[in-house]
Design a protein around this ligand. Structure first.
Ligand SMILES: [Zn+2]
Ligand SMILES: [Zn+2]
Length: 348
């Protein structure tokens, strides 16, 4: 009689030539269960996403879905000739599934049952069908506008870049994205997702967000239904813009993670401003004068500039009265800006 190398019992048959049935099942079960089961369930109709598609829920609900996903991702062992999920029980918090699997072991020609415990992660979303159903009445609108009203083509592109990089947890709530005359309107079916989108636009583009509510109806249970409007206004600046900062000219070095990084022209120190503060402290620069120039000559303490504009002016400026950005070399092109009584030379 063969002997099990684990428990030492002599039995009629060994499953894999080494272990008795009990020892084999304790060690290997019927195969390898998925490490965890992640599933996305529609909060409105209960349908679930499986391999990129939304499927209608089975009659036994969550347990049924978990059973299907488990069945599909279970890897049967070498001696398992077939297996099926017999029963699924969810923990009270729906975070662990106890799955009973019955199956057949080839070598011992016997049906057996093994229990697996698998962590379950449930993501909640609204499926596209429910979104379409609701599309007559969006509950939130994100309106993206430019600083002076309309969005420039570059700004539109920047907004669309953000929109195309959204995760499903936001994009699944979007009913429509409309390019309108004034900017971009994004209609959504969920207030929280709309706020998350607006927060993203604030963080990435330093936009300013204002919220307003409008009661649009009443549900059967008497609760009011309100529509949330999020006005998202883009700032006048973007990375690389010249801006007024504390009475001087500065360049926007970066806009990200809700911060705006500026540097005074001619200086090295970076100033990190929160987006909201940037809106209060940075100004669109209005120049008293602006010229395209070429550096014509250099003398100790002086820079000679030839204007390339219509006036053809020749300027001799004291080094001390010009803030220089870039390397001063004869023959280089530059922009000469006069801002609040001070000259700035931006060398290409
Ligand atoms: Zn044994
Ligand atoms: Zn649905």
């Amino acid at each position: 009689m063969p002997q099990c190398i684990r428990c030492g019992r002599t039995v009629d048959l060994l499953v894999d030539g080494r272990l008795c049935k009990d020892c084999y099942l304790e060690t290997y079960g019927l195969g390898v269960a998925p490490k965890r089961i992640e599933l996305t369930v529609c909060t409105k109709c209960g349908s679930f996403r499986y391999e990129g598609r939304w499927l209608t829920p089975p009659s036994d609900g969550l347990e049924g879905i978990v059973g299907l996903l488990f069945q599909a991702r279970f890897k049967p062992g070498d001696y398992t000739s077939y297996y099926r999920v017999e029963h699924v029980e969810m923990s009270p918090d729906n975070d662990i599934a106890i799955v009973s699997v019955s199956g057949h072991l080839k070598t011992v020609n016997e049906e057996v049952e093994v229990e697996y415990s698998v962590p379950v992660v449930i993501k909640k979303q609204v499926c596209p069908i429910c979104i379409r159903k609701a599309s007559g009445a969006p509950t939130a609108i994100v309106q993206v506008r430019g600083y002076d009203g309309r969005l420039s083509p570059d700004e539109k592109e920047a907004v669309h870049d953000v929109l195309s990089s959204l995760g499903e947890s936001i994009s699944d709530f979007i009913i429509s994205i409309d390019d309108v005359r004034e900017g971009i309107d994004i209609k959504m079916v969920d207030h929280a997702a709309a706020r998350t989108l607006a927060a993203k636009l604030r963080s990435i583009l330093a936009a300013k967000v204002k919220e307003s509510h409008k009661v649009i109806g009443q549900r059967n249970d008497g609760r009011r239904v309100s529509r949330l409007t999020l006005s998202v206004r883009l700032p006048f600046f973007t990375k690389g813009s010249i801006v007024g900062y504390k009475g001087r000219l500065a360049i926007v070095e970066d806009v990200k993670h809700g911060y705006v990084v500026v540097r005074l022209l001619g200086a090295e120190k970076m100033h990190r401003l929160r987006s909201d503060d940037a809106w209060n402290t940075l100004e669109p620069p209005s120049y008293d004068d602006e010229k395209h120039v070429i550096i014509a000559a250099l003398e100790p303490g002086w820079i000679h500039l030839q204007s390339l504009d219509k006036d053809m002016e020749y300027l001799e400026l004291r080094r001390g009265e010009v803030t220089v950005e870039g390397r001063v070399e004869v023959g280089k092109y530059a922009r000469l800006l006069l801002y609040k009584g001070k000259y700035y030379l931006l060398i290409n």
